[in-house]
Design a protein around this ligand. Structure first.
Ligand code: AHR
Length: 521
């Protein structure tokens, strides 16, 4: 990202009025959904539900980290309320420290006594002071509190092979080397487990404005020197392309195949499709509901085309396609620091999240890790905080509802008579669905109704299985931009949802603009 406006430090929440829409009419004939439970597909890696926490705005400082001396209850400096809520949604993986920030981050600034750490300027995000209070040890405290894995993003832009190689040694060495002993002196005896390590970020933009070939040359050089004991060796990630550009996937999968575990890809959903005026997070017209969903559904095309490129150079599917930044990006809320990327989060965001989950499940053979941008207070966040207060967003609820899909085995399904939802020339499928067999043996089904005006009837069947009931939860509301505020923190939250089977089949009504996740009993 090269074009973020810098602003002054301020933080205020501004909420627009909700927009009511009629939503009870049924959209036409029933949709027929058939799950083929006899043909299990790829396992949905739990890391598809990964998060991203960058040194950006109040994403870390204030939103997650308050420091051990804060009056806000915390453990080792991390807010108990926020960590508790994130644990409850089973965060499997956290990417840190950026983003664009990663390519200007020097890890040695973030170790040792906190009061002695150098204060830097966060040049990417608002020009604010970066205290370096959160560094390597603090980050691992967070992931260990969450029970999550760690994804560390290295600095290729202003760093070096030596700096990254020393960071890996510091984190992962079980030897008595000076760096491993420095880690011990700083409080950590055992090596840290780094699940993934990326060499740079957005090398085509904020990470150094490189060409794919130049990046590939640098990657090959740097990766050579990243050594770790076998049991601590992270999966190595090459920072790839974005949007419609397939060149990065092509060049990197061809040239780095022997030296990488996967190639990253970034795609953000912007309602207008234009970076200059993206569209508002709340108070939008139905035209921006459909354009947002239509733009997010382009993720399917991106996954299909990038996977095809990877298939060309890696037919054995050794490489992962890691979507390590995705989500909605709106105009920042009025009165907030433009460099902090704070935006409200509505039912529309939950629908966006669910549509992306369904796409990632369908490509689980190649898409093995993703990170929504970002975890707290930044872009499409799970949680919004204001001083000691915290609220859960609709996106949080979508992630939490989809927990049974983490590590489940995807199942093919067919949708017949799936009517289009159409408005002013824009048109998208009315229903999006995904099914999987979870580790507990249960079959789960997720359904999204993209139409904000009409409920849809879906006739569900699983050949060879007599369905007794569908039981789970629904997330919906009367308005497209329903959202939680500190005055009404539970305005939108999941509700119980069930339907009873008749003759082994079940017909279920999915409300307008809704996300449903059910166990098939
Ligand atoms: O998520 C915000 C920014 O978006 C990241 O720092 C960067 O990688 C991307 O452009």
């Amino acid at each position: 990202m090269n074009h973020i406006p810098r602003g002054t430090l301020s933080f205020a929440l501004s909420f627009a009025l909700s927009l009511p829409l009629a939503g009870s009419a049924l959209a036409g004939e029933p949709v027929t959904l058939t799950i083929d439970a006899a043909k299990p597909g790829a396992v949905i890696n739990k890391d598809i539900y990964g998060q991203f926490a960058e040194h950006l705005g109040t994403g870390i400082y204030g939103g997650l980290w308050v420091g051990p001396k804060s009056k806000i209850p915390n453990t080792k400096g991390w807010r108990n309320d926020v960590v508790g809520a994130l644990k409850a949604m089973h965060v499997p993986l956290v990417r840190w420290p950026g983003g664009c920030f990663a390519d200007e981050y020097h890890w040695k600034d973030g170790i040792g006594a906190r009061e002695k750490r150098p204060v830097k300027v966060n040049a990417n995000w608002g020009g604010v002071e970066e205290s370096n209070a959160v560094g390597t040890h603090e980050f691992f405290d967070l992931v260990e509190l969450l029970g999550a894995d760690a994804y560390v993003n290295g600095n290729l832009g202003t760093g070096s092979a030596q700096e990254m190689s020393e960071w890996i040694e510091y984190m992962t060495s079980d030897s008595k080397s000076t760096l491993a002993n420095l880690r011990r002196k700083n409080g950590r005896e055992q090596p840290y487990k780094v699940a993934y390590f990326a060499i740079g970020n957005e090398a085509w933009g904020c990470g150094g404005n490189m060409s794919p070939d130049h990046y590939a040359d640098l990657y090959r050089n740097v990766e050579t020197f990243l050594r770790a004991p076998a049991q601590y060796r992270p999966k190595m990630i090459a920072s790839g392309g974005n949007d419609n550009d397939l060149t990065w996937s092509d060049v990197l999968s061809k040239r780095l195949k022997q030296q990488t575990d996967g190639i990253s890809f970034h795609y953000y959903t912007i309602p207008t499709g234009k970076w200059e005026v993206k569209g508002a997070a709340t108070g939008f017209a139905e035209q921006e509901w459909i354009s947002t969903l239509s733009n997010t559904l382009r993720m399917e095309e991106h996954m299909r085309k990038n996977s095809a490129v990877l298939d060309k150079h890696d037919p054995e599917k050794k490489l992962g396609l890691f979507v390590d930044e995705w989500g909605t990006w709106y105009d920042v809320e009025k009165g907030t620091n433009a460099g902090f990327l704070f935006q409200q989060n509505t039912l529309r965001d939950a629908v966006v999240a669910a549509l992306n989950f369904n796409i990632f499940h369908a490509h689980a053979d190649r898409v093995r890790m993703t990170n929504i941008a970002q975890m707290v207070n930044v872009l499409q966040s799970m949680i919004i905080t204001d001083k000691d207060k915290m609220l859960l967003t609709p996106t949080y609820h979508a992630f939490e509802m989809y927990v049974p899909f983490q590590g489940a085995t995807s199942l093919p399904l067919t949708l017949a008579n799936n009517q289009q939802y159409t408005l002013d020339g824009a048109s998208i499928p009315g229903i999006s669905a995904s099914a999987a067999r979870a580790a507990d043996g249960k079959l789960y089904l997720a359904l999204v109704n993209t139409n904000p005006r009409a409920a849809a009837e879906v006739a569900v069947s699983v050949p060879g299985v007599a369905i007794k009931a569908l039981r789970g939860r629904v997330l919906t509301a009367n308005t497209m931009d329903a959202h939680n505020t500190f005055a009404a923190p539970q305005a939108i939250k999941p509700a119980a949802f069930s339907a009873t089977g008749v003759d082994g089949k079940v017909s279920v009504q999915i409300p307008a603009k809704a996300v449903v996740v059910v166990a098939v009993e």
